[in-house]
Design a protein around this ligand. Structure first.
Ligand code: NAD
Length: 483
């Protein structure tokens, strides 16, 4: 008899408790060997004021003890000072890869794309989910998008290793590097570099807008798709919905030492407490967990019973179709139908078998050592608030410049407005001044500080400064539109 694996479970908010109850009962009936530690996270913790993050120290302790987390969806308060607990957990536990398989179950569940069987691999820690935002002026709000080389290398390698381990043939990367040439450009470049180590896997890149459209209209052309965080979030909901319902998708969040398993969907407050939620997404997340902890036989037993239930037409309301379904059930009815079919296999849909899958997830090689490049500071961008015209601003700045610095450009919302700006360009109250070295010699920090001091004395109150560096002679900054 297998010894029991300790796991942490959170029943979550909204439909969370209903679908978690069904999931736990199905796992128990299938013979899963689990030592369950329950924690309370989310809305109750936010509202009781116990923790602004929605999770207590005791719960963190359970997570660091078990390192395996089965989590029902939680409600994230919108606005206010609350940070998303989901993002906090993913980042705190280093869960860098979010794996979301999206499969069609035609002809048993209605879908326009019966040939769909793709896996989204979403980077889970970086990008705009750093939540680093500023109000820069009366008019302008800004979010910081961060993409790192090691973070990108890990997720891209994970995607290629996942493809190899799961008999997948192709990995597609999606970015918007025609616009975000430095951040998304790095993601694309690292995809190409790491891809060279996987000549057995077909690989391609698509711009995210057309890529998303193709996932919606022709998902059969994809196999494994690897994306930065925000695009991955959006594309995986599109993909899950295209399979028939967002309620069908399970997902794993994996890191080097921790793993979290959940449904793709949220807490669905609109149907909470009605007993009609589909437990399938969380159940399929639990199946991924059982594979991860080395109980692949139980995982396969549950997954096959679930496929048989779907084949038998036993469907929850959101996928029920009188032409295809034999019974419309609620959460409990679905649970009972799956439990009755434990030990059975589907006859049309693919039977699953996890017997050869190693426990503990994939082990990736170490991140490549950094190749240091020569960094030279050749200028500085300074942001400030201003309510006049670009020419007036330039005239006020000019007396503040000396040494080898020159005012190269003023931009507003990323578009050059001085020198020779177009009077038609709409300007708001936050401006960027670009100062660069006149003679290509590097500039010193003390020069920047002296410049800012003079701007300050001229009543030009800056909001931020960003150094402009070349790396091995290649600019580490973009030009403004029109520059
Ligand atoms: P949602 O996924 O909760 O719901 C979207 C739609 O899908 C709703 O109409 C809902 O009724 C339906 N739906 C979702 N799951 C279903 C299921 N299992 N069975 C049947 N129908 C289902 O998205 P939302 O309404 O945008 O978000 C609600 C809350 O969930 C928000 O607070 C959000 O922050 C949170 N959320 C949490 C997670 C998570 O915990 N991982 C993920 C996404 C959203």
């Amino acid at each position: 008899m297998t010894s029991k694996t300790p796991i942490t479970v959170a029943r979550g908010d909204g439909i969370g408790p209903e679908i978690m109850d069904a999931t736990l009962k199905i796992m128990e009936a299938a013979g899963a060997q689990l030592d369950i530690q329950e924690i309370v996270i989310g809305k109750e913790i936010y509202e009781s004021g116990q923790s602004k993050n929605g999770i207590t120290d005791e719960s963190w302790k359970s997570l660091s003890d078990t390192r395996i987390f089965l989590k029902a969806p939680i409600t994230t308060p919108q606005g206010g000072g609350f940070k998303s607990l989901n993002v906090t957990i993913r980042k705190t536990l280093g869960l860098y890869a979010n794996v979301r398989p999206c499969v069609s179950y035609a002809p048993f569940i209605e879908t326009m794309h019966p040939d769909m069987d793709l896996v989204i691999i979403r980077e889970n820690e970086e990008d705009l989910y750093g939540g680093i935002e500023y109000r820069q002026s009366q008019d302008v709000m800004a979010s910081l998008k961060l993409i790192s080389r090691p973070g990108t290398e890990r997720i891209v390698r994970y995607a290629f290793e996942y493809a190899r381990a799961n008999g997948r043939k192709k990995v597609t990367c999606m970015t918007k590097d025609n616009i975000m040439k430095i951040s998304d450009g790095l993601f694309h470049r690292v995809f190409n570099e790491i891809g060279e180590e996987y000549p057995d896997i077909e690989q391609d890149h698509m711009i995210i807008d057309i890529g998303t459209a193709k996932v919606a209209s022709n998902p059969g052309m994809f196999d494994v798709v690897v994306l930065p965080n925000l695009y991955g979030d959006i594309v995986s909901d599109v993909a899950a919905e295209v399979t028939g319902s967002v309620g069908l998708g399970g997902s794993s969040n994996v890191g080097d030492n921790f793993a979290m398993f959940e449904a793709v969907h949220g807490s669905a407050p609109d149907i909470a407490g009605q007993g009609i939620a589909n437990p399938s997404g969380l159940l399929l997340g639990a199946v991924m967990m059982l594979v991860h902890i080395g109980q692949g036989d139980v995982a396969a037993k549950i997954h096959n019973a679930w496929l048989k239930t779907i084949e038998d037409g036993i469907h929850t309301g959101e996928i029920y179709n009188p032409k295809l379904s034999s019974a419309k059930v609620g959460t409990d009815g679905m649970r009972e139908a799956i439990i009755e079919r434990l030990g059975q296999k589907p006859s049309t849909l693919h039977v699953v078998d996890y017997s050869g899958v190693p426990a503990g997830g994939m082990k990736l090689p170490p991140i490549r050592p950094r190749v240091e490049q020569k960094k030279e500071r050749i200028g500085v961008d300074i942001g400030l608030n201003w309510d006049g015209t670009p020419d007036e601003l330039a005239a006020k700045i000019r007396p503040c410049i000396n040494d080898n610095l020159d005012l190269a450009m003023i931009s507003n919302r990323g578009t050059k407005v001085w020198p020779e700006g177009n009077p038609e360009t709409f300007c708001v109250d936050n401006w960027r001044l670009r100062f660069v070295s006149k003679d290509d010699t590097p500039i010193k920090t003390s020069q920047v500080i002296a410049l800012m001091d003079r701007l300050n004395k001229a009543d030009l109150n800056f909001t931020k400064s960003v150094m402009l560096n070349n790396f091995d002679g290649v600019p580490g900054f973009t030009v403004a539109q029109g520059e």
